[in-house]
Write a protein that binds this ligand. Structure first.
Ligand code: BV8
Length: 237
């Protein structure tokens, strides 16, 4: 492929963190106690049982705190340094892209290390593992919630429009480690494709996106992304 890529967009999902031992959502390890993520990551679940929802987040925060970014995360940092128009759009809330050194990131679904006051909406960063108090409380007396986007909640308009702008102008889009079922993130690759981008998917298995991809690379991201980068490097801006 002799194309040149001056503008690159990447969409990542839980699969890019799998080799860092962060559990994915829909894989075999997608369960916590007997609950699925879709049952807990909702405003209704938090309304009904804020302690249960916070116990789930406390467990995930504890897991993620002991995880390190892997070679796939680090490859995206290399790519970003080699291309001035590079946007990393992630559905992940684990913060591993930042820890790897990525900076041009759009966190579509928020970040597990950020909290928001349910009364004042003020956001804060908190890395306590484990949480000293569940639910954590704001100084105003109201409970804090994870500053993430739950199912049925709208995404931050600035973030989703930044993602749309990136995929509309990119010449290359990589989609790494996502089951491509959660909207509106799952529609981003189709927009890139419609705008003429070359679309490469990296996943352990095929997804609903695979038929639209110009290349489907089946294998673990921590192995396949560095290999892909070795092949793409000279085509980059
Ligand atoms: C919205 C943050 C407008 C929380 C997440 C009915 C009612 C209400 C809404 C809906 C509805 N029907 C549909 C919707 C829309 C809904 C949706 O898409 N539902 C799906 C389930 C059908 N979307 C929303 O609600 C969004 N908001 O639409 O607002 C609106 C408003 C009101 C009413 C209607 C619409 C908000 C979606 C955001 C939800 N929040 N996370 C938290 O994390 O705690 S989503 C959650 O799923 C994570 O962010 C995760 O990233 C994301 C997507 O999952 P994946 O990342 O793809 O992970 P998954 O486990 O699924 O797949 C892993 C993949 O990796 C697999 O393909 C696997 O093969 C691969 N893999 C594994 N290991 C490796 C690997 N690949 C490579 N290497 C490996 N080693």
């Amino acid at each position: 492929m002799a194309r040149r890529f001056d503008s690159v967009a990447v969409l990542t999902g839980a699969g890019i963190s799998a080799e860092s031992n962060v559990p994915t959502f829909r894989g075999k390890d997608g369960l916590w106690r007997q609950y699925r993520a879709e049952e807990l990551a909702t405003p209704g679940a938090f309304q009904r049982d804020p302690i249960l929802v916070w116990e789930w987040y406390d467990w995930r925060r504890g897991l993620i705190a002991s995880c390190e970014p892997n070679a796939a995360h680090r490859t995206l940092v290399d790519m970003e340094t080699r291309c001035e128009d590079f946007v990393l759009i992630t559905q992940n809330v684990d913060g591993l892209h930042q820890r790897a050194g990525s900076s041009r990131i759009v966190e579509l679904h928020g970040n597990i290390w950020e909290m928001r006051c349910t009364a004042e909406n003020a956001t804060s960063e908190n890395h306590d593992v484990p949480l000293p108090q569940i639910p954590p409380m704001c100084s105003c007396g109201a409970p804090l919630r994870p500053h993430v986007v739950w199912f049925g909640e709208s995404l931050d308009p600035d973030r989703i429009s930044a993602a749309y702008r990136a995929v509309e102008r990119c010449q290359l889009m990589l989609v790494v480690g996502t089951s491509a079922v959660v909207q509106p993130a799952a529609s981003l690759p189709a927009i890139a494709k419609d705008s003429g981008a070359y679309l490469i998917e990296v996943n352990l298995e095929k997804t609903p996106l695979s038929p639209w991809a110009d290349e489907v690379i089946l294998g673990p991201a921590a192995e396949e992304l560095p290999r892909l980068w070795g092949r793409l490097k000279e085509s980059f801006c």
